[in-house]
Design a protein around this ligand. Structure first.
Ligand code: GLV
Length: 307
């Protein structure tokens, strides 16, 4: 039995050496140098090349290196019988909360506008944005952490989820019918939603019409939850004030994409929460050992739900 790391967008030294140390008797192979694919039972993957799974006849588990696993599930060549797991890490949730808080404070204190003023050497005081109401769409581990941090900083939070969830510290709504009600008074709407059949294009023309004109959207979940053309139309129609976007339908964002030049869109390159290679070693190693001992794995993904 061996583990393969099929992660194409970063240096894997920390993860591979950490796993080797934690599992000294297990062979760890890193893509593209997989010399014995028939031995691989456990893969850790992020943005894997397409059409590779049939190379691994004894594969049992693919663990996403991130919290999201939509990239894996959308691959039609993914065999039915393979167990999919994902990373559930408080570190990811903390990074996400930090990003969202930064985004809100930047907007409230008008750093985006002061930066524009600086470019033309303008010295002019602007009014602070007073709003403190934040609607969080997606209140799983990550969204909930964002909510807790914002509440601790004095924000009024409401949360929305696909199915009913209750949290003692903030008001919750659920289901598509309650989406408009969740966001109608929000100054900031934060999406931490995963991409699933139900969330795809949830943030569309109709959704934008239910926002306050002064509202800002912050999308840190997945790009395809947002209908990008509808956001542009909604901004042109003043349905909302602007958006801070970390995720996009196609990444990297194409150079001719209208978002780049939009005055009221701020872009970051999918950095709101990046898996820490050191902190995930323990949960990957533990799942590998559970597999070896024929025990149920942790953080297993429900393929139907998509997370
Ligand atoms: C990042 O996007 C993740 O899913 O962890």
């Amino acid at each position: 039995m061996s583990i393969a790391l099929i992660i194409t967008d970063r240096d894997l030294t920390q993860l591979s050496s950490g796993l080797k140390k934690r599992l000294p008797h297990v062979d760890i192979q890193c893509w593209p140098y997989i010399t014995a694919p028939e031995k691989v039972t456990f893969v850790v993957a992020w943005q894997p090349p397409s059409n590779i799974w049939q190379k691994f006849p004894n594969l049992k588990v693919i663990s996403s290196l991130g919290a999201g696993c939509d990239g894996l599930l959308s691959d039609i060549t993914l065999p039915e019988n393979i167990i999919i797991t994902r990373i559930v890490d408080t570190g990811l949730a903390e990074q996400m909360a930090e990003y969202v808080l930064t985004a809100i404070l930047l907007l409230k204190r008008r750093f985006n506008d002061y930066f524009k003023q600086q470019q033309t050497e303008q010295w002019q005081t602007l009014k602070k944005i007073k709003g403190k109401k934040v609607a969080i769409l997606g209140i799983g581990e990550i969204g909930h952490k964002v909510a807790i941090i914002l509440i601790a900083c004095g924000y009024e939070v409401s949360g929305w989820s696909r199915s009913k969830k209750q949290h003692a510290m903030y008001e919750t709504f659920y289901g598509k019918d309650q989406l408009a009600q969740t966001v109608k008074n929000a100054d900031f709407v934060v999406s931490t939603l995963p991409l699933t059949i139900e969330t795809k294009y949830l943030l569309d023309e109709v959704f934008f019409k239910s926002l306050k004109k002064s509202a800002w959207l912050i999308n840190v979940g997945r790009g395809e939850v947002l209908k990008e053309d509808d956001l542009l139309t909604a901004l042109a129609n003043n349905n909302l004030q602007g958006a801070i976007l970390d995720v996009f339908s196609a990444e990297p964002l194409a150079s001719e994409h209208p978002f780049w030049q939009h005055d009221n869109i701020i872009i970051t390159p999918h950095i709101s929460a990046i898996t820490d290679q050191i902190t995930v070693i323990e949960q990957l190693a533990e799942n590998y050992q559970l597999l070896k001992n024929n025990k149920p794995l942790k953080n297993r993904v429900d393929r139907q739900k998509g997370y």
